[in-house]
Design a protein. Structure first.
Length: 430
């Protein structure tokens, strides 16, 4: 039988995604920033379909209704991106293009989620299996690299530029960060296709990768995600609401939460209570306390509109140096970014940025509530959100596209896990 143009397009889409899932573990291991272009390539199957544009955008704006949480949330995120662009006017270095760092992952992430939800039942299972295998493979190789001190990265060019490969091994930790939110939808997929024991083994593999690659924030994020997902199995709807409001409250209250941190007292207690090796081990966390406090205390000076996109990087050039217990040399009170996305939004984008982001989160929560998701899907969603929240609160920057792409990748996993639980829905593609 002769294949039609649509058949050929669908065949190409499937095998493009297969190929990308094969590449995903290597992307996480050898270049975590590659998650963003990986996601862009994964969006092509949706962007090539006319009904994607019709259903995802055409109907949205033809029948716009502010009472529709999907439209209201999308409008809020569009305003947020517009405000980033506008803030370039008063940003000291006029970084106008940074709005694309947020808008692009949102649009591309939406496309891969749409495509996953519109697959035929057979291809849902096949691509969901490929997704779970890619996450498992990525965590396995990352765990191996952590156990062997970066064996693969050491034998493949280019050689580490810094002595000892510290930067190289840090990149492995970032690879774990990129895959960590996707662990939970992958585990739900494995549970549906195999059993709970296999799902627990996958989560254990992620924990091992986090500990072996020496980024404590990853271990904290996955641990918190696991705890929240377990609670979600007992009280799914309540957990989603509590988590959603918790994120919004942390966003709105971030300046107050961090402005009054007793940093000097904590430093004094740490010096008195801990030996030098322990202080050295937690020096980066002690440094972050001072960074968070300094940012929170600086925020009121920039209100109501903020200091402009990427101001933190500019502030770094003139920020004072401080002595942190355990640190070998003095460190800047402002590194490249505040290591807290919520504080960064307050600092750089002010009240319009904060309120529009809070609105997008609120309507996103309402949309998820209206979706009437099953308990396993809600548990995976809650675990992914909780993992992302820890990363957002202790190490992330809003301008790091790969972090936003990692969120979108987890969204794709949630959509695939949802799709394989909807056995009675009719086929669309594949």
């Amino acid at each position: 039988m002769r294949l039609t143009l649509k058949d050929r397009r669908d065949w190409a889409s499937r095998y493009l995604l297969y190929g990308l899932f094969v590449l995903l573990p290597f992307t996480a291991v050898f270049g975590h920033r590659g998650v963003a272009p990986w996601l862009l390539l994964a969006s092509f199957p949706a962007f090539m379909r006319g009904d994607f544009w019709q259903t995802a955008y055409g109907e949205l704006f033809e029948k716009w209704d502010i009472k529709n949480p999907f439209f209201a949330g999308f409008a809020a995120i569009l305003f947020f991106c517009f405000w980033i662009l506008l803030s370039g006017i008063w940003s000291p270095k006029h970084h106008y293009a940074l709005f694309l760092n947020v808008l692009a992952p949102v649009l591309v992430g939406g496309s891969v989620i749409w495509f996953a939800l519109n697959l035929s039942p057979d291809w849902r299972y096949r691509l969901a299996t490929a997704f779970a295998a890619a996450i498992a493979g990525g965590m396995a190789v990352l765990a191996f690299e952590g156990f062997t001190d970066g064996f693969l990265r050491g034998v493949l060019p280019p050689a580490d530029s810094p002595p000892g490969g510290a930067r190289d091994l840090t990149a492995l930790g970032r690879g774990v960060t990129a895959l960590a939110p996707s662990l939970f939808p992958a585990a739900i997929i494995v549970s549906a296709l195999r059993d709970r024991l296999a799902a627990c083994a996958l989560l254990a593999l992620g924990v091992a990768a986090a500990f072996l690659n020496d980024v404590s924030a990853n271990a904290a994020a996955i641990g918190f995600g696991f705890a929240v997902s377990v609670i979600a199995f007992k009280a799914p709807a309540q957990t989603l609401v509590a988590l959603g409001w918790g994120v919004i409250i942390l966003l709105l209250g971030a300046p107050l939460l961090f402005a009054f941190l007793p940093v000097d007292l904590i430093y004094a207690v740490a010096v008195d209570a801990l030996p030098p090796p322990a202080l050295e081990a937690i020096a980066s966390w002690l440094h972050r306390l001072a960074v968070w406090q300094s940012v929170a205390q600086r925020i009121p000076e920039g209100l109501p509109f903020g200091f402009g996109a990427d101001y933190a990087r500019i502030w770094k050039e003139t920020a004072p140096m401080i002595t942190v217990p355990g640190a070998i040399v003095p460190v800047s009170v402002m590194p490249t970014h505040p290591h807290n996305v919520f504080l960064q939004v307050w600092l750089e984008l002010g009240l319009p940025g904060v309120l529009s982001l809070a609105a997008a989160l609120f309507f996103g929560m309402r949309l998820l509530q209206a979706a009437n998701l099953s308990t396993p899907i809600l548990a995976a969603l809650a675990g992914a959100i909780a993992t992302i929240l820890v990363s957002v609160m202790v190490e992330g920057s809003i301008w790091q596209v790969w972090r936003l792409a990692a969120m979108a990748l987890a969204g794709m996993g949630i959509a695939l896990s949802y799709a394989i639980h909807q056995r009675n829905s009719g086929p669309r593609y594949g």
